[in-house]
Write a protein that binds this ligand. Structure first.
Ligand code: NDP
Length: 279
């Protein structure tokens, strides 16, 4: 049976470290403030936003909420972002995605000042990651690196397969594993012989958005399996992109869903907020 990689415990550990850090910064007169913008009232987004605000409260930074109506125009949103970019009291800006169809997501991401882009989505931060320069790193992949490191799993020299190539998870994930000296393969929907590719992995990271796509037949005996996917099944229970019951029987270590990668995303958002305070 695989060892369980406990994202709940590790994310709590990180938030406690950050709480201490913000207390120290406060004593030096440095305050944190994250602006959280939500356009429309998508229920999943509302839950994410609420959890982010709670995490801010926990670590001791202010969160300023902007709840905009569904029909908000792109110009209105851009204007708000411009105001927040120049507001010296705000050090992080987050626009909860997805935004409604009348708004171009890329334009919004590019409008956020890179030094306040705590989601790490701005092309300048993505470029910095690619070139090995300092910048904000996308929270979910950064969380996966922390999960591995804090579970004592070594990365250097290992064969890593990342399944998925999205801008927010797959691509930055692969770059981070490369930065940690893994030998990295990126697989996607056009990959041939996916099963064989995955079976080469010492560390298999799955971010495809397909419930239980990866079963034991994709996994090498003893491999580390990280499941980024989140889905709700017919019974409203959460599951991932990995078939946990089948894979956990022969993987070396595995993240559960829930309680694996999910809580790490918010912990790393808080990490980025504290970085933004100290710049
Ligand atoms: P996207 O839909 O943006 O990307 C999915 C990727 O998977 C694409 O690159 C796609 O390939 C690839 N893919 C789809 N089907 C297959 C297949 N059958 N075989 C191989 N590759 C396939 O998703 P995201 O990256 O945004 O998210 C992935 C999952 O992670 C989702 O379940 C999402 O909910 C979850 N998620 C969880 C987070 C957390 O905090 N835990 C945060 C963000 C996401 P192609 O490019 O060729 O289309």
């Amino acid at each position: 049976m695989a060892n369980l990689i406990d994202g709940k415990r590790i994310s709590q550990e990180i938030k406690d470290e950050l709480k201490e850090k913000t207390a120290g910064l406060k004593r030096q007169g440095i305050e944190g403030c994250l602006a959280v913008i939500q356009v429309g009232a998508d229920p999943a987004s509302t839950v994410y936003v609420r959890n982010k605000k709670r995490a801010c409260e926990y670590i001791g930074i202010e969160s300023r909420s902007f709840e905009l109506p569904e029909e908000t125009t792109q110009e209105q949103l851009l204007e708000l972002i411009q105001n927040l970019n120049t507001d010296e009291l705000v050090n992080g800006i987050l626009v909860q995605l997805p935004v409604p169809d009348q708004i171009d997501e890329n334009k919004i991401i590019q409008a956020i000042a890179p030094q306040k882009d705590v989601d790490g989505f701005h092309p300048q931060n993505v470029g910095a990651l690619t070139s090995g320069l300092p910048g904000f790193v996308s929270c979910t992949p950064a969380g996966v690196i922390q999960l591995l490191k804090r579970s004592g799993i070594s990365i250097a020299g290992k064969n890593c397969v990342v399944v998925g190539r999205s801008n927010i998870v797959g691509k930055p994930m692969a770059l981070l594993m490369l930065r940690e000296h893994a030998t990295v393969t990126i697989a996607h929907s056009r990959t041939q012989n996916l099963k064989e590719v995955c079976r080469q992995a010492d560390i298999l990271i799955v971010a495809v958005g397909k419930p239980k796509l990866i079963d034991a037949s994709y996994v090498k005996e003893g491999a580390v399996v990280i499941d980024v996917g989140i889905h709700r099944n017919e019974d409203q229970k959460l599951c991932g992109d990995v078939d946990f019951d089948s894979v956990s029987a022969h993987a070396g270590a595995i993240t559960p869903v829930p309680g694996g990668v999910g809580p790490m995303t918010i912990a790393m958002l808080m990490y980025n907020c504290v970085q933004a305070m100290t710049r």
